[in-house]
Design a protein around this ligand. Sequence first.
Ligand SMILES: [Zn+2]
Ligand SMILES: [Zn+2]
Length: 319
Amino acid sequence: MKALVVDGKLSLRDMPEPRPGPGEALIRVRLAGICGTDREILKGYSDFRGILGHEFVGMVVKAEEKSWLGRRVVGEINVVCGECSWCAQGLKRHCPRRTVMGIVKRDGAFAEYVALPLRNLHEVPAEIPDEAAVFVEPLAAAAEILEQVPLKPGARAAVLGDGRLGLLVAQVLKQAGAQVTLIGKHGWKLDLARSWGVKCPGQGEEALAPRSFPVVVDATGSPGGFEGALRLVEPRGTLVMKSTFHERASFDTAKLVVDEITLLGSRCGSFPAALRLLRDGDVTTQGLVSKVFPLGNGMEAFQYLENPACLKVLLQNSA
Ligand SMILES: [Zn+2]
Ligand SMILES: [Zn+2]
């Protein structure tokens, strides 16, 4: 099968079809999304070697439990041991023995087929088309903020970064009742956010009063964004870090102490919650897809992503 493989660098290769282990299903990928993490992996963010890709929607084609066959699914990316104390507490995403599809020691979804345990799979309701379902993984990550930060109705929240994740985070916070301000650099992306009722100042973060938001989310994907976020958070406020980048960030730690800021890391989230948001129309993915490439043109898709004006780029498997 065709697959995009990282091995120091990215290449399109012919790879053997995955052989599902016990309890695992074989899934034919229909659509996969390229994410900032994929680009960070290519820059060396993790020492990953193998097939890249962790955002997908596909069809189950092989499984011991026959009831799964032919179902359209999305898959949670952390594959856990199920036996350690973290797994026992229900904090499976922190299992120290986990592998992560397309990120840590497990082949990913930029391929014709991918294997995942059945317990990782969630059926996609018929109302959600593939083009929206492929956003479930990043949307779950965006929605994780609501699990971590208690948001009072009408609370002011700032989101830094008008990229793919920032636009999802802004929508998630908005539908939860927050007054959301999105800070970004790209006029048309901000216009998209404005069409959802999100406030977007014209001149970036500098135009806003410092210490003016109880909740600030950094989704810039760059070390510089963090400093901007720190500037905006009010005393006793919460700064949510959504960016994973390869570089080191440097910032004034005294601000955290003096203003008693809670700094919160935030990663993956609940797939059922994300599926509900899409099914109920509380979050839209309309306008978020810039281009769809056939899997066989995957190298070109990564090139295309260098264009700062683009949002989500998808890979379609028509094999
Ligand atoms: Zn991702
Ligand atoms: Zn475990």
